[in-house]
Write a protein that binds this ligand. Sequence first.
Ligand code: HEC
Ligand code: HEC
Ligand code: HEC
Ligand code: HEC
Ligand code: HEC
Ligand code: HEC
Length: 351
Amino acid sequence: MRKVLLLAIGICFVLSGSSFAFHDAGVAHCNGCHTMHNSENGATVGGAATGNPWLLTDVSPSDVCLSCHATGLGAVYGADPLAPPDLKGAGNFTFLDEDNLNDGHGGATNPIGGDAAGHNIVAPSAGLAADATLAAAPGGTYSAAVLGCSSCHDPHGNTNFRLLYGIGGIQANSFTFLNAAPVADGLSVHFGSESQTNHTAYQSGMSAWCANCHGRYHQQNSGSDLIHRSGMNLGGTWASNYNAYNGTNDLTGGVQATAYLAEVPFEDPANTTAGTAGPVATSDIMCLTCHRAHASSAPNAGRWDFSVTLLEEDGLESGSYAIPDPYADPDQRSLCNKCHVKDVGDHVTTP
Ligand code: HEC
Ligand code: HEC
Ligand code: HEC
Ligand code: HEC
Ligand code: HEC
Ligand code: HEC
């Protein structure tokens, strides 16, 4: 009995103590990721039998990160795309392993491969390769051949949200970011999962940050630039729609104090990880209103599947993981309706 108790106290200490940190909002000890001679006790280190120019402990930057982060510490690359780990915000790279993501009509016979699930990180040891379709970031020039964890996160650490790069050179100065890191607050990577009262609190700058690679996808629908608004104010009409909308079955029953939907987030400096408040007119719509930053079980890293009519159809044609419907209603339509309410009169079954 006493032994068990002591053990439990020991575990608590490890979990809460600094010994469970690594990056510590700065550069971690170098040999967590580097090997000076590619040799330890006379044997080559990790999977790096052939070594690499950055003296890393595995064949690629992403493989090094995945050695700690694949199934633990955020579990960004779960082992089974049909049973993904707890969601922390970014989605999951496990969906890159799907053979079909197409849940649109005829999806079973017209497969859309897993590389459309999101960002294809190049990690040979983990069996992940560059996107077969997209050679560069749509809207920009960043090459898909060098996309990996250290394309977005600074391996040498910083004080930004999730160690994301700010303005300056990345990957040994092979590419330059022109826009600052986003301001946000995330869940612990050690425990918990996304819910309506536990979620990333997006505050500002995400669209501009994505635009470091996706260029013109940012901003507005005006003149010849025919794209959906992003990184801009929602405006009163759309903020009111968002707040009133409580699903296809309840288009006007929502109130601002509880309207927040983690599946369709927005940016606001007042957002908190436990917050439930919906937007005001000056809150921003942004890239992650509709996308996950890593990957999802829908094409184009959608937070919901953009190709299904009813959310309950997700996963049926493709056999892929079904993204849960936050309203749990068989009549629930696309979450674009959270702001646009085009599902008027579409509820047919009695709830
Ligand atoms: C979390 C993993 C990690 C840690 C810890 C780490 N590095 Fe690195 N380092 C990398 C990766 C990955 C690269 C390859 C370049 C890239 O992808 O950005 C790299 C590249 C480098 C480079 C060459 C390119 C450049 O940016 O100048 C140097 C020099 C370097 N690291 C030194 C260090 C030193 C010194 C430490 C300890 C104080 C350290 N690193 C700690 C992951 C790490
Ligand atoms: C030796 C294990 C180890 C390796 C290798 C490693 N990490 Fe981590 N990482 C951790 C631990 C432990 C934490 C949680 C505590 C902390 O932030 O130091 C963490 C936290 C993080 C976080 C969340 C930080 C936050 O502020 O919420 C990110 C993002 C991250 N790591 C990215 C990376 C990337 C990118 C690489 C590869 C360049 C990498 N890690 C390599 C152990 C590792
Ligand atoms: C370091 C550069 C870089 C950054 C930063 C970046 N991306 Fe990408 N993105 C790419 C590249 C390269 C591709 C094409 C290769 C691929 O899809 O794997 C891509 C593809 C995509 C795709 C299409 C996926 C598919 O296969 O259909 C979406 C959606 C996307 N990015 C959204 C975002 C969002 C949202 C952000 C900000 C959170 C972001 N990107 C930040 C480089 C980047
Ligand atoms: C295209 C840019 C991009 C790439 C590539 C990328 N990340 Fe992230 N990552 C992000 C962003 C943005 C967030 C915050 C997402 C949110 O909260 O919505 C994030 C969140 C995280 C977190 C916090 C847990 C979570 O799921 O939200 C960890 C840990 C992490 N990344 C590690 C990694 C590792 C390891 C890799 C490579 C295997 C990687 N990232 C590749 C942009 C990227
Ligand atoms: C209102 C929702 C919404 C917002 C906001 C949004 N996207 Fe998209 N995005 C989509 C949809 C839906 C698609 C699927 C293709 C289409 O309908 O154009 C898509 C497709 C993409 C693609 C794939 C394009 C291709 O050629 O395969 C990329 C890359 C992308 N988005 C990046 C971004 C970035 C970066 C931002 C922020 C600057 C952003 N998106 C904001 C909904 C959105
Ligand atoms: C968070 C709120 C929000 C979400 C979610 C959202 N939109 Fe929008 N949408 C807006 C706002 C705000 C505008 C007004 C932009 C403007 O006036 O240029 C807009 C404008 C549009 C327009 C009209 C553009 C014009 O010039 O009139 C279309 C079409 C559209 N959205 C489609 C979609 C689709 C499809 C989705 C889901 C993939 C979606 N929206 C999700 C907020 C949203």
